[in-house]
Design a protein around this ligand. Structure first.
Ligand code: NAD
Length: 463
């Protein structure tokens, strides 16, 4: 590797750390735990029933199937093809041409032709029965994430879903119960958890830079108007929820990293949320300007308010602002802000202010700290990530880390409880907004196991 750290060294160190964490008395593994004022009461035999901190078996080769080979499925495929020890064995899409395009990428990378499943929208049920798959990755439209994940686990495969993994609380519970019953991991592949800025903030949290963590801000603020009105790709399905529900449809890109900063399910959990939505204007006004009056899109009525703003309160009393807007003009942002008693971080652009810093109350760009807070994963594979990876490299780091965990037999960085808790604001924000912004409780998907870090492999990411 160009940075002088061999892959083997990285993996060995990671495995050693994880092994210590799983066998020892790990109550004080995180340097910043005391600052977080986490209740460290051990949960007893939580891991016997739960899927917290459960390591993968070791896989010399990780055999992956992808369901949904559209824009995202092919992008993820290109990341996996760039990592040694991965074999793509099967692909599935309702559009045969898309599956064939993905298959061509696999053979071009020197791997054998994968099996194709293109026979209708339930053909993934046949795919998951194969005996040459370790991990199923679903990059379908949202409504298929839960059905594909359930089918994969029931057929004995670990599964990773694109975001969000579920759109109802009932589906969240079914995913939890199925993961626990089958002892298969059900992960939501939240790539933003692996961003360079996000992992740097996590490092700062661990080093105690922020002091007591108090408040965070998370969002998905992205002008998708032209994409939503296209007659291809996401334009075929992603406008539909706006006609059906009034909610924060896409909470996880902002919330996943923030949940990791706050140690959610590692001593804290989301307790309740309140939500309200602005009026609708973005889609209607875009259609008025851009869409011919005889187009069937004029039959649509947009039910979702444009700017959904929610506040989440955690069991430890921390607060999180959570926003969503994909239909108005604005530069991209996931907010990604964190306030502690000793420092504050704001993203877009990434900048830090530490109490008492020379020069007074002014932001210092994160870049000026050099490698001081760089996460070890980025130190190890950052160059490769920047070269190979989508979204500034975070997608490569995510794929690399999953393969690392499966090859070395480590516990994954997140689990089924994280997947559903980060997705739950979709239905919970809808319910709160409908009830005049009443507080709505999050279910405790861990059933008490969130209280302890004892079942965890030490640091959540990068150990
Ligand atoms: N993590 C990220 O950064 C990121 C980025 C983009 C999209 N996404 C997510 O990825 C998912 C896919 O988005 P996309 O942009 O690739 O959309 P897309 O429309 O380009 O691709 C979806 C694909 O799924 C296929 N499909 C639909 N129903 C299917 C079924 N029942 N079985 C098999 N295939 C089916 C479609 O034919 C299509 O090829 C969405 O959940 C989206 O929110 C995540």
């Amino acid at each position: 590797m160009s940075d002088g750290i061999s892959r083997r060294e990285l993996l060995t160190g990671a495995a050693a750390l994880a092994a210590t964490a799983l066998t020892g008395a790990p109550a004080r593994l995180l340097a910043a735990t005391d600052d977080w004022r986490v209740d460290l009461t051990p949960p007893g035999a939580a891991t016997a029933e739960r899927m917290l901190g459960v390591p993968f078996a070791t896989h010399e080769t990780v055999r992956i199937a992808i369901v949904g080979t559209g824009l995202r499925g092919r992008s993820v495929l290109s990341e996996f093809l760039a990592i040694e020890g991965v074999k793509i064995t099967a692909l599935c899409d309702v559009v045969e041409d898309k599956a064939r395009r993905a298959a061509a990428m696999v053979t071009k990378a020197g791997q054998p032709e994968p099996a194709l499943y293109t026979n209708g929208d339930r053909d993934f049920e046949r795919l998951v029965q194969r005996n040459d798959i370790d991990f199923v990755y679903t990059a379908t439209p949202w409504n298929w994430h839960t059905p594909v994940s359930l089918a994969a686990m029931r057929a004995g495969k670990h599964v990773g879903s694109e975001v969000a993994i579920a759109m109802t609380i009932d589906d969240c519970w079914e995913l939890v119960e199925t993961s626990e019953k089958t002892r298969r991991h059900c992960l939501m592949m939240e790539n933003c958890c692996y961003g360079n800025s996000e992992l740097s903030v996590l490092q700062m949290v661990r080093q105690g830079v922020f002091g007591t963590l108090l408040h965070a801000e998370a969002a998905y603020l992205h002008d998708l108007r032209s994409i939503l009105f296209e007659d291809k790709d996401e334009g075929l399905w992603r406008r539909l929820p706006h006609t059906q529900r009034n909610a924060n449809f896409y909470p996880t890109h902002g919330l996943g990293p923030v949940a990791q900063y706050l140690g959610i399910h590692r001593g804290d959990r989301f307790d309740y949320m309140v939500s309200m939505a602005s009026p609708e204007a973005g889609l209607s006004e875009w259609r008025e300007q851009k869409v011919a009056k005889d187009n069937p899109k004029w039959q649509e009525k947009y039910k979702a308010g444009d700017v959904n703003s929610s506040l989440v309160r955690t069991a430890m009393g921390r607060t999180i602002l959570l926003q969503h807007d994909v239909v108005n003009p604005r530069p991209y942002s996931r907010l990604n802000n964190l306030q502690g008693s000793k420092a504050i971080f704001n993203d877009y652009p990434p900048r830090l202010y530490i109490d008492g810093a020379a020069g007074g109350e002014k932001w210092t760009p994160l870049a000026e700290f050099g490698k001081k807070y760089e996460h070890p994963l980025w130190t190890a594979v950052g160059d490769l990530a920047r070269k190979n990876g989508g979204h500034g490299g975070m997608d490569f780091v995510m794929a690399y880390r999953l393969v690392q965990c499966m090859r070395e037999g480590l516990a994954p960085d997140f689990d089924v409880y994280d997947a559903v808790a980060w997705s739950a604001p979709f239905p919970l924000s809808e319910e709160s907004a409908r009830k005049g912004s009443q507080p709505i409780r999050f279910p405790d998907f861990t059933r008490g196991a969130w209280r302890s870090t004892a079942a965890q492999p030490g640091a959540k990411v990068g150990t």
